[in-house]
Design a protein around this ligand. Structure first.
Ligand code: CAA
Length: 258
């Protein structure tokens, strides 16, 4: 499918989605966020896709929601259209793993989009921030909630209240990103991580994503109960038999997603 603001390339069993509004540092306007939600749904429903990578350009993953598009809107406008509501819910419900490959600015909605992904690989030049305070608004795609859970209250308050940017090294120290790679190697490294995930049993991968995400939504004891049930349930799969047999026979497993 042809999109106006994103480019989708399927390489082997990985869908690589590039945000592509260079004139606005990939700011999330209504077209981009709608196309992104559509492309992610399509990848989620495509049996050939086993992992997804979202990236931007070298200068910007995304510099936030599109300020030009929002500036003149009233409360009634954004409330009635539920600005970002429907599309973000679609993105949050994607079941396949999504890696954010972040180079340059990931600000406001760009940082929030990266945090919705399952993990973030940062280029050395990455900069994260929640500068909405400078525009007279608060984050609107989960930034006050996700950033606080990920890096803790003190740093999250600092980022949201001052609007300062965090570089890749601080983001890694804070647990916001899983690893930092040289800027020129961002896409190959992210694709290599995605291919590694794509090799695993998809039923196991989706269960892991569901279980880890459950830790944000429930109490520790309920989360542990959920995990134990998930662990038990995977013994009903052929892939558990294959994975354990392969280990014992000292060979690579051949998973069949069953
Ligand atoms: N929305 C719309 N356009 C944007 C944009 C945004 N968020 N960020 C950058 N642009 C545009 C600029 O207007 C500029 O376009 P023009 O040439 O037509 O003027 C172009 O992208 C290049 O930007 P700059 O000239 O500003 O580039 P720079 O290198 O000097 O600065 C920057 C880069 C520090 C990222 C700066 O562009 C900036 O501060 N951007 C805004 C960041 C921001 O406030 N994000 C939060 C948005 S609100 C939000 O996201 C709410 C939410 O949670 C949902």
């Amino acid at each position: 499918m042809a999109y106006e603001t994103i480019i989708v390339e399927n390489e082997d069993d990985v869908a690589l989605i590039r945000l592509n509004r260079p004139e606005a540092l990939n700011a999330l306007n209504s077209t981009l966020i709608t196309e992104l939600a559509d492309a992610l749904s399509e990848a989620d429903n495509n049996d050939k896709v086993r992992c997804i990578v979202i990236t931007g350009s070298e200068k910007a993953f995304a510099a936030g929601a599109d300020i030009k598009e929002m500036a003149e809107k009233s409360f009634v406008d954004v409330y009635n259209e539920d600005l970002f509501g429907a599309q973000v819910q679609v993105i949050e419900r994607i079941r396949k793993p999504i890696i954010a490959a972040v180079s340059g600015y990931a600000l406001g909605g760009g940082c929030e989009l990266a945090m919705i992904c399952d993990f973030i690989i940062a280029a050395e030049n990455a900069k994260f921030g929640q500068p909405e305070v400078n525009l007279g608004v608060v984050a609107g795609i989960g930034g006050t909630q996700r950033l606080t859970r990920i890096i803790g209250k003190s740093k999250a308050m600092d980022m949201h209240l001052t609007g300062r940017f965090m570089d890749a090294a601080e983001a890694e120290r804070s647990g916001l990103v899983s690893r930092i790679v040289p800027t020129a190697k961002l896409i190959p490294e992210a694709m290599a991580a995605a291919r590694k995930i794509a090799e695993k049993s998809q039923i196991t991968v989706r269960t892991i994503k569901e279980a880890v995400n459950r830790s944000y939504e429930t109490t520790l004891s309920e989360g542990i109960r959920f995990e134990r049930r998930a662990f038990h349930s995977l013994f009903g799969t052929e892939d558990q038999k294959e994975g354990m047999a392969a280990f014992l026979e000292k060979r690579e497993p051949q998973f069949r997603d069953r």
